[in-house]
Design a protein around this ligand. Structure first.
Ligand code: SF4
Length: 310
């Protein structure tokens, strides 16, 4: 019998880990599945699934979404987001056991698909003395009161952007990034980078990098079956190492960082999660960000758009 495709089931929100978060100390000989992931887990998914999963021919964002891809194995309908169940006591217990001082929101879904729930979870994380770090593509932008609540909770908000996104989508993401920064929030542009063949995408990418404010470069990982593989200079790409057995895989290819020389703006090479919470990277920019780019200067005049045009 064929396995049916199903949406995510709503389950209690717990701290979780990906393979790259598993504590390796003293456990290097064990297969990853048998290491104590939960003791070092510092990620949480208030929402599983993401509407972005339906873009790029069902591969997710232009770079090809790793989460969307891996959920195919479990026959999950990734593009329908499902809010999980908040049981505050359970989550508090997980947080007590977590040695890290920050928690990443968004592994198998976009937390922005239920901002109210995400903010409730962020409040509990903050009460535990840790910094909430929320990663979103802003398919559903937060309201201004929600932005203020996040700023008050000291949420580090990462908004992912790349040069292959449509102009309205990028403008809206930049607009919210600026709004968040203007009210004192720690807003980070998470710029997913490529080595493009054509000068136009290269120019857009350079403009985004020079946009102003804190930027975290995230080199794209691509599968060669992704249609956007044809838009990159393939000779510059090399196989990406897997986190599960540390070998190179020919499934995912990367060209590495194009700008910063390190994936994370603060030069941290140890943490694979790029939190941007270290003191040197948490400089909140002045409300009036200097726009170095000509391309997105009209961003302040754009009306709010509810659903992004992608
Ligand atoms: S926004 Fe994130 S979770 Fe959603 S499809 Fe894109 S990469 Fe995947």
């Amino acid at each position: 019998m064929k396995r049916p495709w199903e949406t995510f089931k709503a389950i209690p929100i717990r701290l979780t880990a990906t393979n790259k978060m598993v504590d390796e100390e003293g456990k290097a000989d064990l297969p990853y599945g048998r290491r104590q992931a939960r003791t070092t887990a510092n990620a949480v998914d208030p929402v599983r699934g993401c509407p972005g999963g339906i873009t790029n021919d069902g591969r997710g964002c232009p770079w090809g979404c790793y989460s969307c891809e891996s959920m195919k194995r479990y026959h999950r309908i990734f593009h329908i987001p499902v809010s999980m169940i908040l049981k505050p006591e359970l989550l508090r217990k997980d947080l007590e056991n977590c040695p890290d001082d920050w928690i990443r929101f968004g592994i198998n879904g976009d937390p922005g698909e239920d901002w109210n729930l995400t903010i409730q979870v962020a409040r509990i994380v903050r009460e535990s003395g840790k910094t909430p770090v929320i990663l979103s593509r802003l398919w559903t932008p937060p309201t201004e009161p929600q932005l203020s609540q996040m700023a008050n909770l000291g949420v580090v908000l990462h908004i992912s952007i790349c040069a292959l996104d449509s102009y309205p989508a990028t403008s809206q993401r930049l607009l919210f990034l600026k709004k968040y920064q203007a009210i004192g929030g720690k807003g980070i542009m998470r710029l997913v980078t490529f080595v493009f063949t054509d000068p136009e995408h290269t120019r857009i990418q350079n403009d985004l990098y020079n946009y102003g404010g804190p930027i975290l470069e995230q080199p794209a990982r691509l599968q060669r079956t992704n249609p956007n593989w044809l838009k990159v200079t393939q000779s510059r790409y090399h196989p990406y190492h897997t986190y599960t057995d540390k070998t190179k895989t020919t499934r995912w290819w990367t060209a590495g960082p194009q700008f910063s020389g390190s994936s994370c703006g603060d030069g941290c090479t140890i943490c694979p999660n790029k939190c941007f919470t270290t003191p040197q990277t948490i400089k909140t920019p002045a409300p009036n960000i200097t726009l170095k780019s000509n391309l997105y200067q009209d961003v302040q005049t754009l009306p709010n758009i509810d659903i992004l045009d992608e």
